[in-house]
Design a protein around this ligand. Sequence first.
Ligand code: N01
Length: 536
Amino acid sequence: MLNNPPQTPDCDAIVVGAGFAGLYALHSLRQRGLSVRGFEAGSSVGGTWFWNRYPGARCDVDSADYSYSFDDDLQQEWIWTERFPAQPEILSYLEHVADRFDLRKEITFGTRVTSADFDETAGLWTITTDDGDSVTGRWVVMATGALSSARMPELAGQQDFRGEVHHTGHWPSQGVEFTGKRVGVIGTGSSGVQAIPLIAEQAEHLTVFQRTPGFVIPARNRPLGPDELDEIKADYPTRRQNLRESHGGWILPPPVGLALETAPEVRDKEYESRWAGGGIAFQNTFGDIMISVDANETAAEFVRSKIRDTVEDPTTAEALCPKGYPLGSKRLCIGTDYYETFNRDNVTLADLRAAPIEHIVAEGIQTSAGLHELDMIVYATGFDAMTGALNAIDIRGRDGIALRETWAAGPRTYLGVAVAGFPNMFVLTGPGSPSVLSNVVVSIEQHVEWVVDYIDHMRRVGTQFAEATHAAQEQWVDHVTSIAADSLYMQADSWYLGANVPGKPRIFMPYIGGVGNYRNLCTQIAADNYRGFTTT
Ligand code: N01
């Protein structure tokens, strides 16, 4: 394949993105003695947590677990104040990490990488930025995020609206003033569900434009007292190991049996208890919820009963009830006072299934039921997930082959981390890895450590280039696809499947095999001299 000795690059490795993944990759590569350059479109570190500053933005994984484990002093010293950390707290954590490990000096901020080219003759990657600079490196690590390419829907007349427009995934750092305004929120996924109750408290009037109702489970967020945090910290070695070996990178109470083998009154008691505890553990109440449609329906019906009990207006309650897809097949939404918000006098639900949006006009949103006059539209319309941020960069591998073309029929990777035809390029939490189905920080640490070990190994044994073979990639893609094929995940139009982006190939992108299994497999592959890679 590549016979020329590589020319001297500007640096050993280039890391694109400075969120959780990029920061740790940069730190780890530097620890191994590589020279590294980082590039970040935002004006500071944080990635997801830099951009998603909308009111209510919060993680739904326990704060103590949604954090780095690689440095014991860091995990012992950092103080989390809530069960589920809010965006400002996570952002200050990442800023602290960047300062503590002196990472900023290698990162060029406010600069978007527009292309990445592999030059076969020189044996180097060249990345070019939107300010026209270019930098060469032997390795390129794409830490571009799975949910970082915010997506605006294509609605007729969008440009005609005369009021303010915001997207939850690209929120202005100076904040947004809702007081005295008639606000419309389009979208009721996790972002909309978090933002809606807080916008409702401030706006003169809020109209929620809902196409598909989600299953919203109460968060039950609460302050994390010093004693509880101390207890967690004392147990960190075991706790972290359990997360690494777990299915989702989080520790949930185990299922209490099978829904279909449990008497209805006992079943509802169990659902009630998980509902009271809050968070994603609800999905795990019974072992068959994500396996059997009938079992799933018992959980779904429990949530619907909660909606009907909570929302006073029966028509609104019914419109909020999710139907037609299994609970959990779209990402479960975790909210606070979400359903209660629809009892407020200043909140209206516009059910787009009953009356679709016809077009946006200067004064607001015209649905088939009439005009909703608005001063502001908030798009909570999600992301071009998993592939959007990578395809936004013109990435060219061997023979000038474009990643966009290679992935035209859907993403193909080996382990979600490497792509055949793209030597020395590694993707963190890419399609084909557990990433978005897991506590992503656990997945990120595993990916970074595996990739950095591999790069280190290449340097030690004198390998210039490593590239996934087509055969290994095809086998992996088949595996990822086949284990998802019979799952309930296939029964919803979710962003996991690319269904939210018109024209995007319908491929189930994340790996459902679980974080622990995936980790073991990656470890075995490394031990087997990086099986599935061809090297020069
Ligand atoms: O995006 P989404 P999100 N007309 O794609 C609607 C993570 N996250 O930003 O379902 C009208 O889930 C769309 O409707 P439909 C988490 O993994 C985590 O909310 O396509 N509506 C849907 O309601 C999450 O899953 C946290 O019918 C339109 C909404 O917009 C992921 O990010 C917090 C439309 C988009 O929902 C994405 O969440 C936030 C149109 N043309 C995010 N187009 C936590 O940790 C789209 N919609 C808690």
